[in-house]
Design a binder for this molecule. Structure first.
Ligand code: ATP
Ligand code: FE2
Length: 328
């Protein structure tokens, strides 16, 4: 049997099909790319409404899964942009009613964590979740995922995207900045903002733009921003690891696609005698398969909702959702 997962928290509309052993049978995604500047929530939601019917068809056709094999329909309940979340939830409700299958609400952040955890084969790793809107170091404890450290202002991906757009580029900035950083060599001074296990990026954004205004090259700026920001993430991950006396770290979220970040975290963890894992890129970025897999876990724990009770939660936090499948 198969769970179908619907993802629509921000820029990406995606449908994923996953079986009960976490085998990904199909993913169909379409990303909203604003012609200029950042994401406009209503325009992104309109994009999602347009593409979802085709994505559902494509995911089913490419995987050969028939609607009769669908056990449940899972959807991203939050956190995310309200209009985008509502577009995905509406599609999920319609499929659930049409196929008469249970509806399973899933927290988007927990889904990034769970897909990385199951693919890693690690039982209880520390998690570095680095994405557009979120930057968190997470560990499981007593019924919930606990946030040990996080960004005090903007998410790392939003920071990279904003900087790249200000430097004349287009969304999403992270991957393009990664390519540009490979051409840089001079490490420019930027604010290194670590507070215990938390980080902050807005000071670095201001400083990087000031350097750009004074003529620093885009390759050197990209290189310096990557080295500084990813060192900050590696430091808070190491601090959390030392406190937990753990040795396994899993990376998740779109920014975990980044080779430099993967390499820095790996070097730190291996230096302490531990192991790291990062999912393949298509499962690091927003995707329906991570929602479907977490849907399986939630379904097994009886976490279904009625259509009336399936409202979206734009501000739902990682540490406020119960994860009974992990134990109590
Ligand atoms: P969330 O809702 O989980 O906070 P999100 O919805 O913004 O995240 P994700 O797909 O998880 O989406 O992450 C997207 C972010 O990842 C974007 O900010 C993008 O620039 C960044 N990103 C993608 N690839 C890379 C890369 N190779 N290097 C750095 N950043 C990257
Ligand atoms: Fe995400």
């Amino acid at each position: 049997m198969v769970v179908l997962g619907i993802e629509s928290t921000a820029h990406t509309a995606s449908v994923g099909l996953v079986d009960s052993t976490a085998r990904v049978l199909g993913i169909a995604s379409d990303m909203y790319r604003p012609p200029a500047g950042g994401i406009h929530p209503r325009e992104a939601a309109n994009h999602h409404v347009e593409v979802f019917p085709g994505l559902v068809e494509k995911a089913l056709a490419s995987s050969g899964v028939r609607p009769g094999e669908i056990e449940a329909v899972a959807f991203s309940q939050g956190p995310g942009l309200g209009p985008c979340l509502r577009a995905g939830a509406t599609v999920a409700r319609m499929l659930s009613m049409a196929w008469q299958r249970p509806l399973v609400p899933v927290n988007h952040c927990v889904a990034h964590v769970e897909i990385a955890r199951v693919l890693s084969g690690m039982e209880d790793p520390l998690l570095l979740y680095a994405s557009g809107g979120n930057t968190q170091v997470i560990a499981y404890g007593r019924g919930r995922y606990r946030v040990l450290g996080e960004t005090l202002d903007i998410g790392i991906g939003n920071f990279l995207d904003k900087l790249w757009i200000e430097l004349g580029g287009t969304f999403p900035g992270g991957p393009q900045l990664e390519a540009e950083a490979k051409l840089g060599s001079e490490l420019l001074p930027l604010p290194y903002s670590v507070h215990g296990m938390d980080v902050a990026f807005s000071g670095m954004l201001t400083a990087a733009l000031a350097l750009a205004g004074r003529g620093s090259s885009r390759p050197d700026l990209s290189y310096s921003v990557e080295v500084t920001a990813y060192s900050m993430l590696t430091e808070i991950t190491e601090r959390a690891l030392a406190h937990r006396r753990g040795e396994a770290v899993v990376l998740g979220g779109g920014v975990a696609c980044n080779e430099r970040l993967r390499g820095m975290v790996k070097a730190m963890v291996e230096g302490r005698g531990g192991r790291t894992f990062a999912p393949p890129r298509n499962l690091c970025v927003d995707n329906g398969a991570m929602i479907a897999w977490t849907g399986w876990l939630a379904l097994g724990a009886g976490q279904t909702v009625s259509v009336e009770g399936s409202g979206v939660e734009p501000r739902q936090r990682t540490d406020l959702v119960a994860t009974p499948w992990r134990g109590s």
